[in-house]
Ligand binder design. Sequence first.
Ligand code: GLN
Length: 339
Amino acid sequence: MHADLSDDERDHIPVISTGELPSGERVRELLIEAHERYGSVTTGQVADYIPALADASPDLFGLAVMGVRGRSFSVGDSAVEFSIQSVSKPFVFALVCEALGFDEARKRIGVNNTGLPFNSVMAIELNADRTMNPLVNAGAIATTSLVPGDSADEKWQNVLGGLSKFAGRPLAIDPAVYASEAANNMHNQGIARLLESYGRMYFDPFEATDVYTKQCSINVNVTDLAVMGATLADGGVNPLTGERVVSADTCKRVLAVLATAGLYEQSGEWMYDIGLPGKSGVSGGIITIAPGKGGVATYSPPLDAAGNSVRGQLASKFLSDLLGLNLFASAPVMSALVE
Ligand code: GLN
């Protein structure tokens, strides 16, 4: 693994979150530095359990930041499109919170960590509530089954339209990734069927899995992800378009679930290092949300064993530290008197 920050570098880290992103020049400088620092890391494997994902070049590396005041920064492969995969999950959960209310959504889906991999069937068997949260496949497919719409197509249109509002531009599906996953998603169909047996699937399980598979195949670039994250950081208003996408109450709950389960069984490690709600996906994207400040997004396909982008985690940590975003960082308010 790449060397951590040196002591000298640590001395220059703002100990607490500043309330604002630093100056544009500083953000740009840090993005370039993160890109240079971690671009040479070669550990990790590109996902291949969905055959179409295996075609992604392991060298791709893009970083983006979007501030809640509309400032946008990017470096590297920021225009390259990739399927959103699991990064779609918090946004579909947000749409369902809007439709059902966040308390009802909690009742139907759950908001606790499973401590198990994203596609775990054991997590369903071991937990009395069956679906544990909207960010692992079981809860995510159940969440998709709750999206408003009488038919699978209406649900799909609502998912696509909703995620496009989060991104601030019309998004579209990658047909090759969809076809590839649809031909290989018996495991997810099995999960949906199992949930049905427990009364925790709220639409036809196969149709819900199909809408979920389409949702995971929506194409985005790293800048889109930063805008989507910034919308959650901005009380539900998209800083690019000025449009309200979801309520501030919904945002608060979505960020809470991300904080507990966004990086699956690695969520504790992520919180320990980065100190912010985040979400990863198997195509190599990660979003990090700094509430009230903005969204940070990374794209790099090689993943660790839990399915999280290796370079993405390193760059997210570097940016969280150096941009002063960690939610848990504080300095004694009376320190001037004590010292
Ligand atoms: N579509 C993928 C799946 O269900 C998403 C998983 C992920 O990104 N972790 O297997």
